[in-house]
Design a protein around this ligand. Sequence first.
Ligand SMILES: Cc1ncc(COP(=O)(O)O)c(C=O)c1O
Length: 375
Amino acid sequence: MTSPPPVLMNDFKAQWADVGKEVLATTARVGESGWLILGKEVEAFEEAFSRYAGLPEVIGFGNCLDATEMALRALQITPGSAVLTTPLTAFATTLAIIRAGGHPVYIDVDASGQMDLALARDFLEKNPAARTAVPVHLFGHSGDLAALGTLRDDFELALVEDCAQAVGATSRGIPTGSIGQIAATSFYPTKNLGCYGDGGAAFTQDPALAALLRSLRDYGQTEKYVHSHIGGNSRLDELQAAILHDALLPRLPAATARRRAIAAAYREGITHPAIAIPPAPAGSESVYHLFPTLISGVGRESLAAHLREAGIGTGVHYPILMPDQPAMKNVPHTLGSPLTTAKQFAREELSLPIHPYLDDASVSRVIDTCNCWPT
Ligand SMILES: Cc1ncc(COP(=O)(O)O)c(C=O)c1O
């Protein structure tokens, strides 16, 4: 008897079978154009993505880390100033804060894994000097944007939303990325809108900030050989922009619908008492970049091994909280609250496969294998 095909966390071969022809045609077009950096393709993608995201200005970057760092620098955070953020994220979020000269302040997460806005408010009330925050819309959820907007107004926050995992997610109809003065996202291949290499973007509604970000991504140039700012080199290239525009962005609505259908099937079908599914934040129209579960008791390694034996991949997001990372040992930072829930995620979280090329048979296999896990 042949064993069924593996169920992968991401299936880039299936993606290539779907988009490969368009990617090759696009590659030929860019090559024939003779223009490779900051040209018509980047402009066309920025425009199309701005329409999709519902935000007026999109600025393509080389990756989300750089976009977040440049966003903080564009908002002129003072060196050493406190930046509230989450301990449960990819290290890039923390790295961007440090590289921009900020002092990370870690606030615990809520039951959905997002920075707890009530705890953030407590910290801000007690620490009037703290005026900057980088919340992350984790797992493809949107944090509560109405509450985030109120926090921004009450404390006059400089706010950069990390939307790397939440492209297209909304909160009661409000798009993620529209509450911060600037937001950043990633086109890393595993992301909901991933490209064929590295890529990222910043969003803003403020034309002056958009102009500054366009300059910062390009050595701080404001016109040829005139450098008005200390910028960097982080430009989304013409090839990635063209691939995103022609092959990947047009598929994003269907891919998001598929992710939502899989998430609904998991929520309904997984009934094992030791597998808890964290709630989405109230009002979130999530895009399910990941599908987190929390495994207590016997431990997530046992379920991961059980799924692995059945040919099903899993992931852990994230096993080590940001303040516990070895690189943070000598970097000044503050725990802005006890990190009780974040520690629970670090200990118990196990992500199940969720991607647009997962067929119904694979989804059923994941559900059945979870439900027959012997604990
Ligand atoms: C929440 C979050 N922020 C930032 C990043 C960094 O993105 P990039 O690899 O494009 O710099 C990632 C990607 O891993 C992420 O998941």
